[in-house]
Design a protein around this ligand. Structure first.
Ligand code: IVH
Length: 748
């Protein structure tokens, strides 16, 4: 933090000392919570930020860097659950680089001292460090890192990990040494972590149901199982069980990344040590890479940043080491970390923030979904303010209360998730969420989606403002009528205007009857796009504007555009109309299948259920839903109103296009010059081909544009035929055999 007082003045030093004292206490508390208690209350990134501030203060005022500063410590105190054991050689930590500049600075320091150094790049696994000791090839001890010198003896627990050999494999090239310390990371794969939390969630459901019964009988409540916030905590919690039989039930893995004290083994390179460790049957990584140029290190860092989720475990960065042991010795270590290695940290995908409220939204099918309102926080490069909580059982099973500090993750895909509360951060002011019994938008009593379902829905499908708004937004959106000028706000304006009292759309049946006369009087409350709250005028009144008219009462551009685009949409493709009807279970795939098969909307609704179910990509559930939808009188009215307005319900078969791709499945990845993604997919489909989102052995062709991503790698790995934009044109024009000639994969 910048202050007005010069840093080198006595006042400057005093304020730095006070801040240092505060920060050091704070960092120390978090270090212990993380290392000793497996119960961190802040995310790694928040911890790193505190540590960085502390280090910066110490760089400015070196006298503050005392022996007992947390910047000098390696791990945490030991818990009393396990016996203490001393490591034969200390387990050091790593210094961090938080960006290219830090990495370049480190490389510069290294190459100034050892100009001939080679870099060894590896993944930084997010788990916990473990030291294995082998005597004459026999595993005699497993220990946690502890404070770096003394760890906890967890030998029985480590023995339950399938990756850890109890005896090393002797071989001619690398005879088993007399004594060897092996260091590595114990972790839980992301899939095992998700399974473990899902199991706990299911257990919690059972506990909650049993607790309801127990409450009636006046019995004591059983505690809910806490969710693990991330795979690292799950691994630590699982490994440090007093009863090793508990550890054995958890799917733990290990990757080794170094050796400590040794007798009878003197590698000359880190990479040679890995070859020996692998030959002895120890689990080394498959991802390390030796490079000579810093640019190649940077490329490796970039590559795994993009592919961070293609690896089975979580990675929080890349570790760059110097490969030659002699160079490692020349560079040496501080008490905390080696100078010959650095951890390049990726931006966090997990943070903590406050859950300020739990609200309920109603979607286009009427499903009432609780969602978390969060104090805005940046996660993995974007700001998160809301996260779905699915239903009241999930809220209960996650154990979150309104007002809690919560862990928010955005792992894997783009959807943020509230993992659970930060234990130990409660103040007593938090309150439980109660699912409302009535729809928050229209007041109708909520009912289960279907009998016995935990999910609730608002049954007022036709006129619940929320459902109508959401259906309309879907109908006019990209995968349906694709009406430019009719975005979400316009949908709200057409269904819930402040004026006129009767909205121009009673339901979506009125969409094509919109006229300029109906649009011009529409007035809406202006809302803040970030908070959703009404904006106020200077007098404190809610700010109201005409949505489609200017100050002189004339049509704005949005009005003319909307009417013109509506006119065009009347003759859109049939599948887009089918998709836009919001029939349960019917998405773009089923809509296309139905449109292609019948070519006429009336024919779809006239067909017997069995006939519908027999269509490839439809099936009995969808067929029943189609029939049910059509049995509802107000649904049929929508169709009649649209027909009267001139909407075309038939599809002319695409003329002049040969069905030359029947039986061909393509995956399209990256941007194809001259094509939009939808356009390319459509071109395959009208020729009878299928477009899939994921590469598998069943894929016939992978069409690759610029910046293709991991699907391209998978295609190469599977040896599938790969087409560039020219090959794609060949496929469309002349079919699969001709395209094979132009393919660039192994099979081509
Ligand atoms: S080398 C003397 N390599 O990161 C160097 N550490 O933040 C010791 N870690 O304590 C560590 N993956 O628990 C090394 N490929 C890797 C690693 C790795 C994960 C952990 C390890 C270390 C921590 C430092």
């Amino acid at each position: 933090m910048k202050s007005d007082v010069a840093a080198d003045s006595p006042e400057g030093f005093e304020s730095a000392r006070v801040r240092h004292e505060e920060l050091a206490a704070e960092v120390e508390r978090h270090r212990q919570l993380y290392n000793r208690d497996d119960a961190p209350v802040v995310s790694d990134a928040e911890y790193d930020a505190l540590m960085r501030e502390l280090m910066a203060l110490e760089d400015e005022h070196p006298v503050l860097r005392t022996q007992d500063s947390p910047t000098q410590a390696v791990g945490g105190d030991l818990s009393e659950l396990f016996a203490a054991v001393e490591h034969a050689e200390p387990l050091l930590s790593l210094d961090n680089a938080f960006g290219e500049a830090d990495l370049t600075a480190w490389a510069h320091r290294v190459t100034t001292e050892v100009p001939d150094a080679t870099y060894l790049c590896e993944l930084k696994i997010d788990g916990l460090a473990v030291n294995l000791t082998y005597e004459n090839g026999v595993l005699v001890r497993g220990a946690t890192r502890g404070d770096g010198r003394t760890g906890e003896d967890i030998t029985p627990n480590v023995r339950t990990i399938a990756d850890v050999p109890h005896r090393l494999k002797d071989n001619d090239r690398y005879p088993v040494p007399e004594f060897l310390e092996v260091r590595g990371e114990v972790y839980m794969s992301t899939s095992s972590f998700e399974r473990l939390n899902a199991d706990r969630m299911a257990d919690n459901e059972r506990i909650a149901t049993a607790n309801a019964e127990r409450a009636k009988e006046g019995k004591r409540q059983q505690k809910l199982l806490p969710m693990y916030a991330n795979p690292r905590n799950a691994a630590a919690g699982s490994l440090r069980q007093k009863d090793a039989a508990e550890t054995a039930k958890r799917a733990l893995s290990m990757t080794v990344y170094g050796v400590g004290a040794r007798r009878g083994f003197e590698p000359t390179r880190q990479s040679e040590a890995y070859a020996a460790l692998a030959a002895w049957g120890l689990p080394t990584s498959a991802y390390w890479k030796r490079v000579s140029a810093l640019d190649d290190v940077k490329a490796y860092v970039e590559q795994y940043h993009e592919r961070r989720h293609d690896v089975v475990h979580e990675i929080d960065g890349v570790v760059v080491k110097i490969d030659e042991i002699v160079n490692q010795r020349r560079l040496g270590s501080t008490t905390r970390a080696p100078r010959w290695a650095i951890a390049y940290k990726y931006p966090p995908e997990e943070v903590t923030t406050r859950l300020t409220n739990i609200l309920v939204s109603v979607g286009r099918t009427g499903r009432a979904t609780p969602y978390a309102v969060l104090e805005p926080v940046r996660v993995a490069g974007s700001e998160v303010e809301f996260a779905t909580l699915h239903n009241q059982d999930v809220v209960r099973a996650k154990g979150v209360l309104i007002g809690d500090r919560v862990v928010v993750r955005k792992a894997g895909d783009v959807i943020p998730e509230v993992v659970g509360p930060v234990d130990g951060a409660r103040t007593g002011d938090e309150r439980e969420f109660v699912m409302p019994s009535n729809c928050p938008e229209c007041g109708t009593g909520l009912r289960p989606m279907s009998e016995g379902d935990v999910d609730l829905r608002c049954p007022n499908a036709r006129s619940c403002p929320a459902q109508l708004r959401e259906r309309l937004a879907y109908l006019t959106g990209r995968s349906c009528l694709d009406i430019d000028g009719l975005g979400y706000v316009a949908c709200a304006a057409l269904t819930q205007p402040l004026e006129p009292a009767m909205p121009p759309l009673a339901d979506e049946g009125d969409l094509f009857d919109l006229t300029m006369e109906k649009l011009l009087p529409i007035k809406v409350v202006v809302r803040d796009p970030d908070t959703g709250l009404p904006r106020k005028t200077e007098d404190g009144e809610e700010k109201v504007v005409s949505f489609f008219a200017n100050d002189r009462g004339e049509p704005k551009e949005n009005a003319t555009k909307l009417l013109a685009n509506l006119e065009k949409a009347k003759s859109t493709q049939l599948w887009r109309i089918v998709n836009g009807l919001s029939i349960r279970h019917v998405g773009p795939v089923a809509a296309r299948a139905l449109a292609t098969e019948f070519g006429d909307l009336d024919a779809i609704f006239a067909a017997e259920e069995e006939r519908l179910a027999a269509v490839d990509g439809v099936g009995s559930t969808i067929a029943a839903a189609v029939r049910q939808w059509h049995e509802e009188p107000w649904h049929r009215e929508i169709l009649e109103k649209w027909r009267a307005a001139g909407v075309v319900f038939t599809e002319e078969p695409a003329e002049g296009v040969a069905k030359n791709l029947i039986g061909v499945t393509t995956v399209i990845t990256g941007s194809l010059e001259g094509w939009t993604r939808d356009g390319a997919a459509e071109a395959v489909r009208v020729r009878g081909g299928k477009v899939s989102g994921s590469v598998s052995k069943k894929t016939s062709f992978v069409v690759v544009g610029d910046s293709p991503g991991s699907k391209y790698d998978k295609a190469v790995k599977l040896g599938l035929p790969i087409l560039d934009v020219d090959g794609f044109a060949e496929l469309l024009e002349n079919g699969p055999e001709a395209a094979m000639e132009k393919s660039i994969g192994d099979a081509g």
